[in-house]
Design a protein around this ligand. Structure first.
Ligand SMILES: [Fe+2]
Length: 211
């Protein structure tokens, strides 16, 4: 059986066979680290999380989920959609749904539900309120279903580092929510605005795998 080559050996092999040429003033160490840095640019796919019972198709294409007098802390969620090579996925479809401030889903209509398209740099953003807790689940969360041609659909959930369940230490406590397998689903929260109109901001990048 052939032995798998180490990274250094495989680069030497590339040089020997002509598939990699290295300028004479660069050492092999430089070549290895440049190639490894390139490899580390590849993105890890976002962790899957279950879809849950409250998804509805055909949500409105409106990024303004929060209406003026809605109770709850206003939150703006934004981010970008990529594939695992780091290429932005313009036009990816991002469906989101969440409970309101009181922890209730709108099952009759489409409050706190949206179907958005990523912009030219894979960007998306929506205005909502911090979802409430509800009895069947440990943590506050927003559901996502992200689809794009040629990519594996991503079903996941966004969690908030400020959730009281984490007691201020999501690094240590994220697994209190049995559905969270990856710490990266728990996002930091930045508060902005003036004291009478505080609002939360959260960034959530989404990385899809190619089919
Ligand atoms: Fe949910």
């Amino acid at each position: 059986m052939r032995k798998r080559l180490s990274r250094r050996e495989s680069i030497l092999q590339c040089v020997a066979l002509g598939s990699l040429r290295v300028a004479p003033w660069l050492g092999l160490t430089d070549a290895v680290s440049a190639l490894q840095a390139q490899k580390s640019l590849a993105l890890k796919p976002t962790q899957w999380n279950e879809i849950g019972p409250f998804y509805k198709r055909l949500a409105p294409k409106n990024a303004q989920l929060r209406q003026p007098n809605d109770p709850g802390l206003p939150v703006t969620v934004s981010g970008r959609v990529f594939d695992t090579r780091g290429e932005a996925l313009a036009g990816a479809k991002i469906e989101i749904w969440q409970a309101d401030h009181h922890g209730l889903y709108d099952l009759d209509g489409y409050r706190y539900r949206a179907s958005l398209l990523a912009g030219p740099s894979g960007n998306y953003s929506f205005d909502s309120v911090m979802p409430g807790h509800y009895p069947a689940r440990v943590c506050q969360h927003i559901h996502y279903l992200v689809t794009a041609p040629g990519l594996k659909p991503l079903i996941t959930q966004l969690y908030f580092a400020t959730d009281p369940v984490f007691e201020g230490d999501p690094d240590r406590n994220y697994s209190r929510e049995p559905l969270i397998m990856s710490r990266e689903l728990v996002r930091p929260v930045t508060l902005t605005g003036d004291p009478k109109a505080i609002q939360a901001n959260v960034t959530f990048e989404l990385v899809l795998e190619r089919l």
